[in-house]
Design a protein around this ligand. Sequence first.
Ligand SMILES: [Zn+2]
Length: 636
Amino acid sequence: MKRLTTFSFLVAFFLTSLSCMQAEKPAAADPRAHDYFSFANTDQFVTKHLSLDLTADFEAEALYGSATLEMRRVRTEATEIILDTRDIAIETASFILPSGETLKAENRFGETHSIMGTPLFIRLPAEVRDAEELTLRIDYRTSPRSTALQWLPAELTAGLEHPFLFSQSQAIHARSWVPLQDTPAVRITYAATIHTPPELLAVMSADNDPAVERDGNYEFAMPQPIPSYLLAIAVGNIYFAPIGDETGVYSEPELLDASVFEFADTQTMLETAEAMFGPYQWGRYDLLIRPPSFPYVGMENPRLSFLTPSLLAGDRSLVSVVAHELAHSWSGNLVTNATWRDGWLIEGWTSYLEHRLMQVIYSEARADEENVLGYRELLLDFNTVSPRMQALAPTLEQGDPDDFQGIIHYHKGNLFLQYLENAFGRETFDSFTRKYFSDFAFGTITSELFLDYLDDNLLSAYPGKVSREQAEQWLYEPGLPDDALIPTSKNLDAAAEMAVLWSSGEIDVADVPVAEWSPQAMRHFIDSLDSDLSTEKLNELDAALGLSDTNNAEIGRTWFIQVARRQHRPADAKLTQHLQRYGRTRLVRPVYIALAQNGSDLELAKELFAAARGIYHPLTNISIETAFRRIQEAEH
Ligand SMILES: [Zn+2]
């Protein structure tokens, strides 16, 4: 996923309840490899394959039908399966015998945890107590409160005529639409039959057929094993348009042409990525452009990345997100973190691969710009995250859970890998990278396993360049090591200089060379403006550069954060439009925070949120409410 912002508080909730979860589930041998965020007894039973047969009921805002889990028993004495669920109603649980006979199984829910959900305990009937392979069928129904599913009414779609459903399973939301072992440590293949209203199309993180007949019944198979957080579904008035031989776009027809234009480089990206990182193992690579309200920029659902339409800037300036989601086909989808504590192994690696793709497909200068912007976000993060949680792989016992932040995983992880590349040389490091993806393909890995592998294949294989202690410093120490490479960008430096010159009145706004700038340079310019500019100066700038009217969501985000921070009242109406135009957490949450923290606009921020929250995803709403609560607590 690209820049998730709700992860921090979710982890906070998880960690505060470690003690009660440990009682539910025996700890793994290495406590660092233990998944604290799942109830599933994966040391006793492991799921191999999932079959879904689900109907999308838009009236009731529910999926109903069955999930059949093919499981392998790991421990002979085990008599009870524990699955993860959240807000799911169970109709029946039964075991299907090899003869085809069905045996009802006793099942009960455990205690509900506010974030983790509710463990589902299923007792093995005597007839299957000795079976090594088990087929467990659960008939169930999801709730409209499902944290993974957003049911959009027609008026919130681009076309305004048909409703739209889509899922977001990462990190632990798959359990709110499928009862299963919801941990990245378990990989499953899956098949699905999805029933929808006949005029709508269903797509999944599976083998979508661009030429499928639209009749309301759709079959899917995902033959490569995936972790549960990559289960994904979307249903809507969805159509397909090709980009290249193996790439294309699914979206509402209203967004199709703009999407094909914006993401025209996707086929080239795929071919470039294969040449650099090794074979693409998933068949096709398509994009799904969702309606506007979605909490994340993009989600790397295998074979079908989900993207927000706020990337449709019309100038291909935000396609680094596609590079990011595509790169997850190697780091994350192919080689997966064993627990969410090891999240840097997918996000840090992916940010690094994204950087490499941007260098090749666009330019070094453009990759440098994005690198610097990421580094600046990291520095801001270091200001607010406790030193102990600034480690890439914090030990949970040490955790100050309120401070846990995804930014560290992305940008510090990226800088760690850039550091290794620089130390060993690009050729050697690229060989290491390809071998790593090949050796761990379709596997899961902890930070410690990675460290050992790194030591064997790079540190000790090419001695005298980076010591194990230096690598451990990246993984376990706060901040950045002294010898980290600090990203630089000539373009951004020039933009910052222009901001200083214009702020001080030394140059006219007409002399600011915006036509030569990338949107990244424009963002850096806005961020580098003097803190005490007059209303007249800000009006002049806005009129000259059209900042309040920008179609570039990231420029809008940067500008409206400044508008909110500076209480620049003339742009309030456009700020309100920005908040009602986008649903992405990243685009709206920091604007609300800037308003709430400017010393006088907390109430205004709450009013604007109350008016806009209907178009946001539940996860976005929770993250904004949490931010308001923290700000209020800090004031008292
Ligand atoms: Zn990502």
